[in-house]
Design a protein around this ligand. Structure first.
Ligand SMILES: [Zn+2]
Length: 444
């Protein structure tokens, strides 16, 4: 049954005005929109898929969700997704929009100008948005291009997901995030401003510099990593006092800390120090899972990154030899690692390490999550409600409840039956503006 749409009360209009005050707009959306959804899957709002819902949008925000297909008020736009399944726009909690690994990518750090990096990043941002990701947490950029890209997207200069950025990630000398590690010494001279820090005072300075430069989140490399040339993937890198200093400094500015960690010891030290998420988590043990669960620390699994680098490593010469060896060792372990974490009850937030594999394949992570044993509905929750919680943005993203941004994606068919349908998103709206309709990008 249809219900008539009631005119918005002045009070609600005033509340919306207050909510959007001070927020930069990507573009001017139609001020009043009604989206008819055949099915709506919104884990934060309902434990079951809801059939025949109308999402009423004013000035980029959801005003309410009605049962049935309600008529649009005069002058409002109606979007017909009656044959589709709608979901809140997805959140990728771990991307690198300013980079993309591929054959020969290790050469790019010697030849790309900041302008080259920026144009490629703008392309990556558009690609990721078009596959249904309306928000990303970008965990490590280059030359502050991540900050510039975030601002350009907010101004509406280029299409892309809403971004939270880390600027330079923090690493010890010779660690996973040290850009000079493995190269001739005279080529690179990283400083604290580049995120290379040693000792408590230096860690504090590095954190403050990242915040000064526009970081929304602090990223640390608590263990070695796969894609760096010099270090091993699993050993701990920062000391406990260093990590505690970083977390305390970030917290005093209202920021969370994300810890890259494959090895268990480094992850445990990071979780004990108060980080909010462990990225990758390949070798974690029950002891670390228990502490993560107790402290509500999210695992961001990035299984697709492991699978992709393991596959790429089979091509001779794709990676330098040290990276190839690590990719072949660590990559295949990540799906099982997620399965263990899920069984242990660790909170999971969706994240893919986009850029370690070609941008735009982000939604393949859903399939890997289900393969690991995460039920499809919970995989969707990880990419909506849980990721919004991790990003401290539960008040405006991750669900389509009233007051939240109108970030809506849609797909043909039932993703709870076939999760891989989410790799073929046909409709994308961010903040009330449609970027993709009927499977095609809308002219920007
Ligand atoms: Zn990463």
């Amino acid at each position: 049954m249809s219900q008539p749409i009631r005119p918005l009360s002045l009070l609600v209009r005033a509340a919306i005005g207050l909510l959007i005050g001070g927020v930069a707009h990507a573009a001017e959306p139609a001020s009043s929109i009604v989206v008819h959804c055949g099915t709506l899957i919104d884990p934060a709002a309902s434990a079951q898929p809801l059939s025949e819902r109308s999402i009423v949008i004013e000035q980029g925000r959801v005003v309410r969700v009605d049962s049935g297909f309600t008529a649009a008020p005069a002058g409002a736009q109606t979007i017909d997704l009656r044959k589709a399944t709608c979901l809140p726009g997805f959140i990728d909690s771990h991307t690198h929009l300013t980079m993309e690994f591929g054959k020969g990518a290790y050469l790019s750090k010697f030849v790309d100008t900041d302008g080259d990096i920026a144009y490629k990043a703008a392309r990556n941002a558009k690609t990721v948005l078009m596959t249904g990701f309306t928000t990303v947490r970008d965990l490590g950029g280059q030359h502050l291009v991540d900050v510039a890209l975030k601002n350009a997207i907010e101004r509406g200069d280029v299409p892309g997901p809403r971004m939270l950025v880390a600027t330079n990630l923090l690493s010890i000398s010779g660690g996973h995030g040290d850009p000079s590690a493995g190269y001739r010494e005279e080529l690179f001279h990283p400083t604290e401003a580049d995120g290379v820090v040693d000792g408590v005072d230096s860690a504090i300075r590095g954190t403050r510099i990242a915040i000064k430069r526009g970081a929304d989140v602090i990223k640390v490399t608590a263990t070695g990593g796969v894609m760096s040339v010099a270090d091993h993937g699993s050993g701990p890198q920062f000391t406990s006092p260093e990590l505690q200093a970083i977390v305390e400094t970030a917290k005093s500015h209202g920021l969370k800390v994300a810890a890259h960690a494959h090895g268990d010891e480094g992850a445990y030290i990071a979780v004990s120090a108060g980080v909010s998420s462990v990225e990758h988590g390949t070798y974690l043990t029950p002891k670390t899972y228990a502490l993560m669960k107790k402290n509500h620390v999210y695992l961001v699994p990035t299984v697709i990154a492991g699978a992709s680098v393991a596959e790429a490593a089979k091509t001779p010469g794709f990676f330098p030899p040290s990276v190839q060896a690590k990719a072949l060792e660590i990559g295949p372990l990540m799906v099982a690692a997620l399965g263990r974490a899920w069984k242990a009850g660790v909170p999971i937030a969706f994240g893919t390490d986009s850029g370690v594999y070609p941008h735009g394949r982000n939604a393949r992570e859903f399939g890997y999550m289900v393969e690991a044993g995460v039920p499809p509905f919970e995989a969707i929750r990880a990419a909506t409600q849980n990721a919004a919680d991790l990003l401290d943005r539960s008040k405006d993203i991750g669900t389509l409840q009233p007051g939240h941004f109108a970030d809506i994606v849609a797909v043909q068919g039932d993703p709870l039956t076939d999760i891989r349908l989410l790799e073929r998103i046909s409709f994308v709206m961010k903040q009330g503006r449609t970027y993709k309709a009927d499977g095609n990008p809308v002219a920007f």
